[in-house]
Design a protein. Sequence first.
Length: 443
Amino acid sequence: MFSDDDICDGEGTMNDDALSQARRLSDTALLAHVKVLAQREREATVALVAHLAIIDERRLFLGEGFASLFTYCVRVLHLSEHAAYNRIEVARAARKYPLILSRLADGRASLTTVRLLVPHLTPANHEDLLKAAEHKGKREVEEIVAQLNPQPSVVSSVRLLPMGRTGAAGVPTEAAGTGAAPLACPPAADRTAQQDHPPTAHPAAGAAAVPARVTLPSPASIEPLGARRYRVQFTATADLRDKLTLARDLLRHQIPDGDIGEIVDRALTLLLEHLARQKFSAADRPRSRPTNKPAAVSTTRYIPAEAKRAVWLRDGGRCAFVGRNGRRCEERGFLEFHHIVPFSAGGTATADNLELRCRAHNSYEATLFFEGLQAGGEGDRSAAQDRSPRRPQAGAGVAIRESACPQRAHPASGGFPGPRHDGSDGSAVADLPMTLHQARAGP
């Protein structure tokens, strides 16, 4: 373990050998000590916030030559602007609601989540709101705030952005589709969405090109507006805009107002069905193997569709790695089919020997397995298998499929649920994609 003297010198700067001292710790000691350090950081943060609250109350920053506590924190305490803002907002709220400090100290709340709640805290609701936000991240607390203060729905629109890139000679490149009118709906919003953009000014021949000063578009975002309502914003290409325009025209009978949100919803429904078939062989009528015919033992890396479906449903479309502390990995992206006994070591492509893994844990377990074989030879193979995580409880995937979730039927789109254009009920495909986008609270 480090002592306080080992970590910091008299001037409060990190010792040069801090990294080397951390490297000397065993894995167990390193994991244990980092928790101690995180608790110390929380305690120091609470003490700093409390001190800032009293400094603000006494207006001591004025006597130090600063017009605001924010400037004092940035110039004297050398906090970043973001860190100073968060701590000042929380400090002022903590004077009214001291419970905030205890929530910060024990890690049940963070500065960011408390700062999001501050404008909505009252003497009547502050305990309930702090309780609801315990151990939640920024996005989850934004959902709580959106329900407390619902915002009106935004008008669906597509607008031409100013040019944000310059060519090799410094000449701004022309935006594709400049001559096209903005796509907006409902039609009444067209006047608001349409804005004239000045034509691109091209320098005369031989003249030095001057890069245009532009404001780059904000990154893609999904912001909650209220209960189960979101504002989605992203930058699209001219091709995507043309596809939206064509889809809107073709769907006028089903979507008279041309709502872009409805069009995107239908498109994603079809995409999820396609991904379900591609990723884990979803099928409306999957072929079943006769009960009296044993499964063939695969001698290749090919994974049968039947095995893919069984593994995906059993593991709930989520990495099934379980750590030594019993915690299961929550990743649902970059999933791969993991052989418990690797194919190169004689493992078969059957549901019993397959589990879902995120890319990181798939690589991690492969490393453990082969390092174990190299260290212990053939006899260590069982030990390597013992390190494989515990599987989710039986039936977990079925429970996910049967979870109630409101969905809109799109008879014309072939979406799920509801009848499909091919006459089938689409139930098999309807069940499987739920693990892709609705089983977020899976096992």
